[in-house]
Design a protein around this ligand. Structure first.
Ligand SMILES: Nc1ncnc2c1ncn2[C@@H]1O[C@H](COP(=O)(O)OP(=O)(O)OP(=O)(O)O)[C@@H](O)[C@H]1O
Ligand SMILES: [Mg+2]
Length: 452
């Protein structure tokens, strides 16, 4: 047997629950990948990547963008940000390129553009400058800083502009931001690689382009679905090879099930396992991982997640003070009562008949439950026309909260106090185990994934 030299990797670089995967990056299915890479390489084509939170939008982008662009800059859109804030941030990001000595860079930017960049920058008083980016008040942009000018700055430096969380921009500002995309599209005659890539939540792709029909076929809307079990498995397989560890078959299949198509859960469980076993870098000798190791990792994950679960669940059932019937809550209760993995609109409607909720109100609340304003607690699968819970942790938490509420019917404050108790974690784990362990023998069809 040939002795292979062991490369040592830091565990935190291999399992990356909160950042883009690099070493364990799994190529997404060919159809999706080609669609994206082709759009990336098509002059003038703008891109909207959308999908549920945590399904891999940023990671896919990070792993592909460097193959096409010398530079990419990300503007993170936040609630309340104005169009002006966005243009400003886009402008500011380029400052490392447009400086007096930017001629030392490998590519040349026309000197007049450099001058005009610096001119705009100089026209902004320092005080203004720092507040422009953070304050949500409407500021007036310097007259020279037009969208066209910004597009030129990006085009000339072969830079790509990424707008993360596009869906957080509201109203007029959203329309204006869409128009920005149109400007970039039109200016691609001059700079063929000029591109904006917008990343947004599921169900929001249309919002980017709805204001202008002309944009329709010049924007690639790409849906990033949940990962398939074999893709999640690839993350584990790559990680175990690079760290010289060995997950038992049972551990692997459970991680896949627990992940529910979310790579972040897979990374977090694997990282917890490694840290618990003090594996901080590639092991010199092979280390085996068994089911007890996984159990500890899950407990830790649930413990860490319990606050997030609480706020996600609260958000999903929040209604105004004057509202008499809490429709989202009734829907969730009844989805759980159906005791099925997936449920149809009709099944839910039949189930909630006694509450005299109109079908249109049901439809409205159901679609809200599938978007970030209600924590995406449910997922709608266009292909099967069925709904399911976003992930098992959230489902189990909802069960626990609603069940406690049903049986005790206590006021909200008391309830929350109960849930702070340590026992919640054990209860959650029990529910999750019951949901999952019965199904371990089931076939692959356990998950229904959206198609692209
Ligand atoms: N193709 C992949 N291969 C391996 N790991 C991945 C892949 N895609 C995503 N991940 C992992 O999944 C997690 C979530 O990915 P990412 O942040 O890219 O999702 P996202 O869709 O951008 O989420 P958000 O909507 O919250 O911005 C990260 O831990 C990342 O490392
Ligand atoms: Mg992201």
């Amino acid at each position: 047997m040939s002795e292979e030299k062991l490369t040592i990797y830091k565990t935190k670089k291999i399992f990356t629950p909160t950042s883009s995967a690099k070493f364990t990056f799994v190529e997404r299915e060919a159809k999706l990948n080609n669609h994206f890479v082709d759009a990336l390489n098509t002059p003038g084509k703008q891109i909207v990547l959308y999908g549920h939170s945590g399904c891999g939008k940023t990671t896919l982008l990070t792993n592909k963008i460097n193959q096409t662009y010398e530079n990419s800059y990300t503007t993170r859109c936040m609630e309340g940000m104005t169009f002006e804030n966005i243009v400003f941030d886009g402008f500011d990001q380029l400052s490392s390129l447009y400086t007096e000595n930017s001629t030392t860079k490998s590519f040349k930017i026309a000197p007049e553009l450099n001058v005009s960049y610096l001119d705009i920058k100089a026209s902004l008083k320092l005080g203004d400058y720092t507040t422009q980016k953070t304050e949500t008040n409407r500021h007036i942009l310097p007259p020279q800083l037009t969208p066209q000018r910004l597009a030129k700055f990006y085009g000339a430096s072969n830079s790509c502009w990424i707008l993360e969380d596009f869906h957080k921009i509201k109203g007029d500002d959203k329309i204006k931001t869409s128009q920005l995309m149109k400007v970039f599209m039109d200016m691609s005659e001059e700079y063929e690689d000029l591109k904006i890539i917008a990343l947004g939540a599921v169900g929001t792709a249309r919002q980017v382009i709805e204001y202008d029909k002309e944009m329709n076929n010049r924007v690639a809307e790409i849906f990033i679905p949940y990962m398939k079990p074999n893709e999640i498995e690839s993350i584990i397989n790559t990680g175990e090879k690079l760290l010289n560890i060995l997950f038992s078959k049972e551990v692997k299949s459970k991680i896949i099930k627990y992940s529910c198509g979310l790579p972040s859960i897979c990374h977090q469980l694997c990282l917890n396992i490694c840290f618990n076993k003090k594996i901080h870098e590639t092991s010199k000798t092979k280390i085996s991982i068994n089911i007890e190791d996984l159990d500890k990792a899950i407990s830790k994950l649930v413990e860490e997640k319990s606050d997030t679960l609480k706020s996600e669940f609260d958000k999903s059932i929040k209604v105004g003070n004057g509202v008499k019937i809490n429709i989202p809550k009734i829907i969730l209760e009844n989805c759980l009562e159906l005791n099925k993995d997936e449920f149809s609109h009709l099944e839910i409607f039949n189930q909630i008949k006694k509450y005299s909720i109109t079908e249109s109100n049901l439809t409205k609340s159901l679609s809200e439950l599938c978007i970030p304003i209600r924590s995406e607690i449910l997922i709608y699968d266009e292909n099967s026309n069925l709904y399911r819970f976003n992930n098992l942790f959230l489902k189990a938490y909802a069960y626990l909260r609603l069940k406690e509420e049903i049986t005790k019917n206590e006021n909200a404050e008391l309830e929350n106090k109960n849930l702070k108790e340590a026992s919640i974690i054990q209860k959650l784990l029990n529910i999750i185990e019951n949901d999952i362990y019965n199904k371990l023998e089931d076939d692959e069809d356990y998950f229904i994934f959206e198609d692209i």
